[in-house]
Design a protein around this ligand. Structure first.
Ligand code: GLA
Length: 730
C-alpha cells in the first residue's frame, strides 16, 4: 500500500515537473533584459512559467519545467497568471466575484492574445481570458518598456450577465517567482518620518502591505517595495525586483510563499470595504502595477524606474523645473501683503525662480489664521491680502520672480462657508460624530458636482492669474467617516474617490499641461505613480532636517527620480546651512527660510549654491544615480549622479555619525563612469572662508582608477558634507 502511494507521488512529481506539452502556447513579454512568460496549456489555463532574466532564444521558454514547482500543487493554479477564487483555488486569489445568479466562483481560461508596438521601445501584450460558463471576461495587459526594463501591468473586467456582478477582489497584477529565499524590503513611517526601510525574509504564508487611509494613503506605508531573491538586496549584484502600485488610495500587496516555497504576488486596490458592483457591459479598469527586475542589484532597478519615469510618466520628465522660495516655515499663517512683497525681493536676492505662497491666504467669514478654519473658502482674505492674488502675482513679477500658490482642494474645515452651504458635499456618516484629521473633513470626490467644484478651485486661480507659475496641491486629512450622501453604493466610496480625484487631475492636466505642480500630502502621504501622471514633482516629507533627509531621500531614490523630488533648505535640524543645501541639491532645490536672517556668509553661500545648481542640475535630474555608501552601513552616506554620456558626474558625501574619528577614512569607489575616460575632480559648494585641498590637486584620474581604487572625499567632523564634480578632461 505504502509503495503504491510512493509510486503515485513520484508519478505526480514527474508529471508536474515535465516540460510543457506540445501545442502549449507561450506568451513572452520581454524587455531588453527581462522576460515574463505565460504558458497556456491544452485546457487553456494561463500560468506564469518564468519571471526573470530574458533568454537569448525565446523557443527555450517551452522547455521550462512546470513552474519551478518543487512538488504537486493539487490545483494547477498556484502560478496562475490571474488566480480566480472559488472553484479549485486554494491560495490567495487575484480576483473574487459573485455572479449575477449568486455563484461565488470564477474560472478563467485563455481565449487569445495579441502583441503590438505602441511606440518606439514600448510593446503592449494583451491576454484575453473568459469564464467558460459565464459571459465574464478578464483581460490582462502587459506593457513592456524595452530599454528601461520596466513592465506595467493592469487588468480590465467586464461581463454581460443578466444582472450585476459583485467584484470582491480585483487585483492589478498576479506574479509568480520561484527562488530559494525571498527578502522583502518595505517602507513604513508617519508624518515627518517617512520611508523607513525594513528588510525581512519571507516565510511560508502571507505578508501584506496595505493601507486603509483612503486619502493620504501612504502615511504609514507606501505602495513601493523591493524583493530580493536568494540573498538580501545588494546594491550592485543579485536578483532584485522593485515594484510599485500606481494608485493614490487604499491598496493591498500580498506576498505569499506557497506550499511549494514559490513566491506569489498579488497587487492591487485593497478589497477592504470595497466590493464593487459591476453592471452588465461596463468595464472595470484596475490601476497599473509597475515593476522592474534586475539581476544586478537594486541600483540597476532604481535607475530603470528613474529612466522610465522621466521618459514615460512624470510630466516634463525631460524638461525644466523652477527653484523656489516657500513661505510656510518663514511665516506660517502670519503674513500680509507687505511681508510678502518683502519676501519676493528676498527671493530675488537669493536667486530663486519663483515665490510660493503657502497656506493661510484665504477665508473671510472664517479666516484661515490657523489650521482650524477656512479650508474650502478659496477667496483671498481681505485683511491679509486686500488687493488680491493678482496684485501679488504682479508684485512678484516686478521683483523679478514668478508666483505660485498652495491649495488644498480636496478638503474642508467644519468652520467654513463651504461646509455651511454644502454639508452634503462632505464625507461623513449619518448618526455618527464627525471625526477630524488636522481639524478637517474630506470632500466627496465621488460626487461629480464636487469634482467640478474642486476643478474650479484650481481653474479659477489660474484663469484669473494666467502667469501663475506653480501649484502646490496639498492633502492633509485621511478619510474618516467613510460615507457619501450621494453615492448609491457605499462600498464604491474608496475606489470612486480616487477615480474622481484622477478625473479632476486629468482635466486640469489637459487644460494646463505645462503648469508645474507639486504633489504634497502633509509631507509624503501620497507618493505614487498614479498621481505622478499629473504632477511634475512631489514633496517627500515635512521633515527637512538635513541629516534626516539623507535617509528619507535615500529611500525614495529607490523608486523616484531626483527631478521629481522636492527638497527645501529650511531651519530644521542642527546641520549647518552648507549641509542642508548640499542635501537639498540632490533633487529639485527650494528654500523655506527667512532670507533676511541669513548672515553675510550664509547668504553668499546660498546665492552661489543656486548658481552652481543651475550649472549641474541637468546631471542631477537626467543622470543616472549610483549609491556608493549607505548611511545604514557606515559613518558616511555617498551617492553620485552620472550624465548619460559619462562626461560629467556630481558626487555627494555626508557624515551621518558623530562619533570620534567618524568619516571617510578610506577612498570610496565610484561607479558608472567610463573606465577609459579621464576625469578632473573639483569641489563645489565650498563655504565662504574655507578652502578645499582637493581643488589644489590638478591630477586627472581615469574612470578605471576611480572605480577600482576610489577617491577619498575627506568627509570628517570638520567637513560633514562634500560635493565633488567630475568632469571629463580631454
Ligand atoms: C502640510 C504641508 C506643508 C504645509 C502645510 C500647510 O503640512 O506638508 O508643507 O504646506 O501643510 O498647512
Amino acid at each position: 500500500m505504502s509503495r503504491l502511494f510512493t509510486s503515485l507521488v513520484l508519478l505526480l512529481l514527474i508529471m508536474s515537473t515535465a516540460w510543457s506539452a506540445p501545442g502549449d502556447i507561450h506568451i513572452a513579454i520581454e524587455t531588453n533584459r527581462t522576460a515574463l512568460v505565460i504558458r497556456v496549456d491544452k485546457d487553456q489555463n494561463p500560468t506564469i512559467v518564468h519571471l526573470g532574466q530574458r533568454l537569448n532564444n525565446a523557443d527555450e521558454y517551452a522547455q521550462i519545467a512546470g513552474n519551478g514547482k518543487r512538488g504537486e500543487d493539487y490545483t494547477g493554479l498556484y502560478n496562475s497568471a490571474y488566480t480566480p477564487a472559488g472553484g479549485r483555488n486554494l491560495l490567495e486569489p487575484a480576483i473574487q466575484v459573485t455572479h449575477a445568479d449568486g455563484n461565488p466562483s470564477l474560472d478563467l481560461r485563455y481565449v487569445r492574445h495579441e502583441s503590438k508596438a505602441e511606440a518606439s521601445g514600448v510593446t503592449l501584450t494583451t491576454v484575453y481570458l473568459k469564464d467558460p460558463q459565464y459571459p465574464f471576461d478578464v483581460t490582462l495587459y502587459y506593457k513592456a518598456y524595452q530599454h528601461e526594463d520596466v513592465i506595467e501591468q493592469w487588468t480590465t473586467i467586464r461581463h454581460t450577465e443578466k444582472k450585476n456582478v459583485v467584484l470582491h477582489k480585483y487585483a492589478s497584477a498576479n506574479l509568480y517567482i520561484p527562488a530559494h529565499k525571498y527578502y522583502l524590503t518595505h517602507f513604513h513611517g508617519d508624518w515627518a518620518n517617512e520611508m523607513n526601510p525594513t528588510e525581512e525574509r519571507l516565510t511560508e504564508g502571507m505578508k501584506l502591505l496595505d493601507t486603509k487611509l483612503g486619502t493620504r494613503a501612504d502615511l504609514f506605508q507606501p505602495p513601493s517595495f523591493l524583493v530580493a531573491l536568494n540573498q538580501p538586496a545588494q546594491e550592485d549584484e543579485g536578483e532584485v525586483m522593485a515594484g510599485t502600485l500606481a494608485w493614490s488610495g487604499n491598496y493591498q500587496i500580498a506576498f505569499e510563499v506557497d506550499p511549494l516555497h514559490n513566491l506569489r504576488l498579488m497587487a492591487g486596490i485593497n478589497p477592504y470595504a470595497s466590493a464593487y458592483t459591476l453592471t452588465p457591459g461596463k468595464e472595470f479598469v484596475t490601476p497599473s502595477f509597475l515593476f522592474t527586475y534586475s539581476s544586478t542589484g537594486k541600483g540597476t532597478a532604481s535607475r530603470n524606474l528613474h529612466r522610465w519615469a522621466r521618459k514615460f510618466r512624470i510630466p516634463q520628465g525631460k524638461g525644466n523645473r523652477v527653484t523656489l522660495l516657500n513661505n510656510w516655515e518663514a511665516t506660517f499663517f502670519d503674513f500680509n501683503e507687505e511681508k510678502l512683497t518683502a519676501l519676493f525681493k528676498d527671493g530675488k536676492k537669493l536667486g530663486v525662480d519663483l515665490f510660493l505662497l503657502d497656506d493661510g491666504w484665504f477665508g473671510n467669514k472664517y479666516p484661515r489664521n490657523d489650521d482650524r478654519a477656512g479650508l474650502g473658502d478659496w477667496q483671498e482674505n481681505v485683511k491679509k491680502l486686500p488687493h488680491g492674488l493678482g496684485y501679488l502675482v504682479k508684485e512678484a513679477e516686478k521683483a523679478g520672480i514668478k508666483f505660485g500658490i498652495w491649495l488644498e482642494p480636496e478638503m474642508v474645515s467644519p468652520k467654513s462657508e463651504l461646509y455651511e452651504k454644502h454639508p452634503d458635499w462632505v464625507l461623513k456618516l449619518p448618526n455618527r460624530q464627525e471625526y477630524y484629521f488636522r481639524n478637517q473633513l474630506v470632500l466627496d470626490l465621488t460626487n461629480p458636482k464636487v469634482q467640478d467644484f474642486v476643478f474650479s478651485i484650481v481653474d479659477n486661480v489660474v484663469t484669473k492669474n494666467p502667469t501663475l507659475g506653480y501649484i502646490k496641491w496639498d492633502c492633509n486629512a485621511v478619510i474618516y467617516n467613510a460615507f457619501s450622501a450621494t453615492n448609491s453604493n457605499p462600498s464604491h466610496l474608496y475606489v470612486d474617490y480616487v477615480q474622481g480625484l484622477y478625473n479632476v487631475m486629468e482635466r486640469l492636466h489637459t487644460k494646463y499641461p505645462t503648469l508645474p505642480m507639486m504633489l504634497c500630502s502633509g509631507g509624503g502621504g501620497r507618493v505614487d505613480y498614479g498621481a505622478l501622471r499629473y504632477f511634475t514633482e512631489f514633496w517627500p516629507s515635512d521633515n527637512t532636517d538635513g541629516l534626516e533627509r539623507v535617509f528619507i531621500q535615500w529611500n525614495y531614490s529607490y523608486f523616484f527620480p531626483s527631478i521629481a523630488t522636492c527638497n527645501h533648505v529650511t531651519d530644521w535640524g542642527k546641520q549647518p546651512i552648507k549641509f542642508r543645501t548640499d542635501v537639498a541639491m540632490m533633487g529639485k532645490l527650494g528654500y523655506d527660510i527667512v532670507v533676511s536672517k541669513l548672515d553675510e556668509k550664509e547668504l553668499q553661500f546660498s546665492q552661489q549654491a543656486l548658481k552652481t545648481y543651475e550649472q549641474i542640475k541637468n546631471v542631477l535630474w537626467q543622470g543616472d544615480l549610483f549609491r556608493l555608501a549607505s548611511p545604514y552601513e557606515g559613518d558616511v552616506a555617498s551617492l553620485m549622479y552620472v550624465s548619460e554620456p559619462k562626461d560629467r558626474a556630481v558626487w555627494f558625501s555626508y557624515l551621518t555619525n558623530n562619533r570620534y574619528k567618524a568619516g571617510s577614512l578610506a577612498p570610496i569607489r565610484l561607479k558608472g563612469l567610463d573606465p577609459a575616460k579621464k576625469y578632473t575632480v573639483r569641489e563645489l559648494n565650498i563655504y565662504p572662508g574655507t578652502k578645499s585641498s582637493i581643488n589644489d590637486d590638478a591630477t586627472t584620474y581615469s574612470g578605471n582608477y576611480l572605480m577600482t581604487v576610489g577617491f577619498n572625499p575627506k568627509v570628517d567632523a570638520r567637513r560633514t558634507s562634500v560635493v565633488l564634480e567630475l568632469t571629463e578632461s580631454k
